[in-house]
Design a protein around this ligand. Structure first.
Ligand code: OAD
Length: 289
């Protein structure tokens, strides 16, 4: 057996032992690339390497709240492509569902905004969407929620939705309405995705202390470059086994004595792991369902 095979076998044994009760996950864009959604930072295929057409001062600007307030157009061009609905969960998402159905999953922290964890059938109560999602949206100024169907329509048409609250003061700027009257320009509507410059949801902060209960932490498909999410991996106790499943080594995974690093495509590694656990057929069924 190769080193990876040995690691996966010992991981499976640990998962089947009585010691392993609370499994925590940290997920990123790499688990959805097989679904056809680009990640952010992969050199040629990542989103940030392919935004030249949006004429941004720098790629991350498309997800910055202050930039959005002045120039919402690039984000809405991108939203059209990234909008959930067209994509199907991957084998890795189905593996997360199996962890939940086997009562091993404590919490799945995800940075992904594609809602594929929910769509794969992972119970909502087990998922912390740390960077929000496309599922809901609101005015960035007065915070009033905006209708789902109207949002879908706007994204599809490539128009930029504005708050419908008559009392919304927006940024305080005025403009002429269709009758030539001056009125306050209402705030922009944005999906409840956490942009750079915004705080993470309360539920993320509330879940942090539970990491102390982790017996196993699996980090998958993330470059671990965005804080505060990245720091979660440092918060588990020394006795907690940490596993990285990713194309490349990231963060400090591999630095602790017992860390396991499995480099490769997550769907392939997860499949090997499922085979070791005797879950292979079940995984295949869950994915095909
Ligand atoms: P990144 O694009 O930064 O990292 C994706 C990681 O997954 C990289 O390390 C890839 O090598 C790896 N990867 C890609 N395909 C893979 C595969 N099939 N199997 C295994 N690994 C694979 O994405 P994130 O870490 O999720 O934030 O990015 C973090 C945050 O930065 C995002 O949530 C987003 C972004 O700016 C916001 O939009 C607020």
């Amino acid at each position: 057996a190769n080193a990876r095979g040995d690691d996966i076998a010992s991981l499976a044994r640990y998962m089947q032992s009585k010691t392993c009760r609370n499994v925590f996950l940290m997920l990123g864009a790499g688990i959805s690339t097989a679904a056809g959604i680009p990640d952010f930072r992969s050199p040629d295929t990542g989103l940030y390497a392919n935004l030249a057409r949006l004429n941004l001062p720098y790629p991350e600007a498309v997800f910055e709240i202050n930039f959005f307030r002045r120039h919402p157009e690039p984000f809405y061009m991108l939203a059209k492509e990234l909008y959930p609905g067209k994509f199907r969960p991957t084998l890795t998402h189905s593996f997360v569902r199996l962890l939940a159905s086997k009562s091993l999953l404590h919490t799945c922290f995800t940075q992904n905004i594609d809602t594929l964890e929910r769509r794969a059938g992972v119970p909502a109560g087990k998922i912390i969407e740390a960077h929000g999602s496309f599922a809901t949206q609101r005015c960035i100024e007065c915070k009033r929620p905006y209708d789902d169907e109207k949002m879908k329509k706007a994204v599809k048409e490539g128009s930029i939705p504005r708050c419908e609250n008559a009392k919304c003061k927006g940024t305080g700027k005025t403009r002429r309405n269709e009758f030539g009257e001056e009125e306050k320009e209402r705030g922009l509507v944005k999906p409840d995705i956490v942009f750079f410059g915004e705080g993470l949801p309360d539920e993320f902060h509330r879940a942090i202390p539970t990491l102390r209960e982790a017996d196993l932490l699996i980090v998958m498909g993330t470059s671990l470059t965005v804080r505060p999410f990245a720091m979660l991996a440092e918060l588990v106790r020394e006795g907690c086994l940490r596993v990285l499943i990713n194309l490349e080594k990231v963060g400090d995974l591999g630095d602790r004595e017992d860390d396991i690093v499995c480099l490769g495509k997550c769907d392939e590694i997860v499949q090997e792991l499922a085979r070791e656990l005797g879950w292979e057929e079940e995984l295949q069924k869950a994915w095909e369902a």
